[in-house]
Design a protein around this ligand. Structure first.
Ligand SMILES: NC(=O)c1ccc[n+]([C@@H]2O[C@H](COP(=O)([O-])OP(=O)(O)OC[C@H]3O[C@@H](n4cnc5c(N)ncnc54)[C@H](OP(=O)(O)O)[C@@H]3O)[C@@H](O)[C@H]2O)c1
Length: 265
């Protein structure tokens, strides 16, 4: 199937690692010109280089999206070459902190990087996108924003806000040709989550072999019908789908990529 992404320009925030990297790689493989983003220059450059080595088109930009100045720098660099057709809001940060260990100030910081960073990029890229008469605002949310568990309450609440802002944005974009949708991954296996699980394994008695740790972590926190963590490529596939002009009639939607973890119909 041709997703019709050739000629489209896509910015994927937080694509120097994890889910964002897989998203950037797949959009590029589907023909989009991709802008890789992160704060770490060597990692962002390596992802862009890897895409080019595979025959795709990629550049990279750097900037901290937890500040207006950082977002200005990223948007300024990106818009210097024209509007983007596709913005994938993905950069974010999480830690497995217990409820009573997260201060109100830390809730505020979490909201800043996990929600306001998305808002900053929407504010900065939307006016130019509107001139195209077509576009995609894709927010990465989380199954934990729908069915939270006890750990990392600040982060999970922030991901719920991502789902909500995606819908108000869809209403705001009525008649513009731009859609706004959320993809809500369940726990995904990226380097960061793998390290988190390895650190938690002793405390929770999950064993020492990776296969046991993954299975026990799924049983304890995120039971699902597939019985494992998701893989970054599985989120990337959902992003590629919602990026396609074939989905012009889908807006304000939330697509779960969570192995069936969330239970509502
Ligand atoms: N992994 C999961 O299980 C999972 C599940 C559901 C939802 N999500 C969501 O998916 C997104 C990506 O998660 P991930 O697991 O792939 O994370 P990750 O591997 O830790 O990667 C995070 C990315 O965000 C960038 N980033 C972090 N803080 C930033 C900041 N202040 N300014 C700019 N960029 C920043 C990082 O760039 P640098 O390192 O270069 O700074 C990196 O590219 C997050 O929004 C998360 O909420 C993840």
């Amino acid at each position: 199937m041709d997703l019709q992404l050739k000629g489209k320009r896509a910015l994927v925030t937080g694509s120097s690692a994890g889910l964002g990297e897989a998203i950037a790689r797949l959009l590029a493989a589907e023909g989009a010109a991709v802008i890789v983003h992160g704060r770490n220059k060597s990692r962002a450059a390596a992802v862009a280089e890897g895409i080019k080595n595979d025959g795709g088109q990629a550049t990279f930009v750097l900037g901290d999206l937890s500040t207006d100045e950082g977002a200005d720098a990223v948007a300024g660099n990106v818009l210097a070459d024209g509007p983007v057709d596709i913005l994938v809001n993905n950069a974010g940060a999480y830690q497995p902190r217990a409820w009573m260990d997260v201060s109100a100030a830390e809730w505020g910081k979490s909201y800043n990087i996990n929600v306001l960073a998305y808002v900053r990029m929407i504010h900065r890229l939307l006016p130019a996108m509107k001139t195209l008469g077509w576009g995609r605002m894709i927010q990465i949310g989380s199954s934990g924003g729908i069915e939270p568990f006890a750990l990392q309450p600040d982060y999970l609440a922030a991901t719920a806000a991502r789902h909500n802002l995606t819908v108000s944005l869809a209403r705001e974009l009525k008649g513009t040709g731009i859609t706004s949708n959320t993809i809500a991954p369940g726990p995904m296996l990226v380097e960061n989550t793998r390290n988190m699980l390895l650190n938690m394994a002793g405390q929770y008695g999950w064993g020492t072999a990776w296969a046991d740790i993954e299975r026990n972590a799924v049983m304890q926190f995120v039971q699902n019908d597939v019985g494992r963590f998701g893989r970054p490529e599985e989120v990337a596939a959902a992003v590629a789908y919602l990026s396609s002009p074939m989905t012009n009639y889908i807006t304000g939607a939330l697509l779960r990529v969570d192995g069936g973890h969330t239970r509502s119909v």
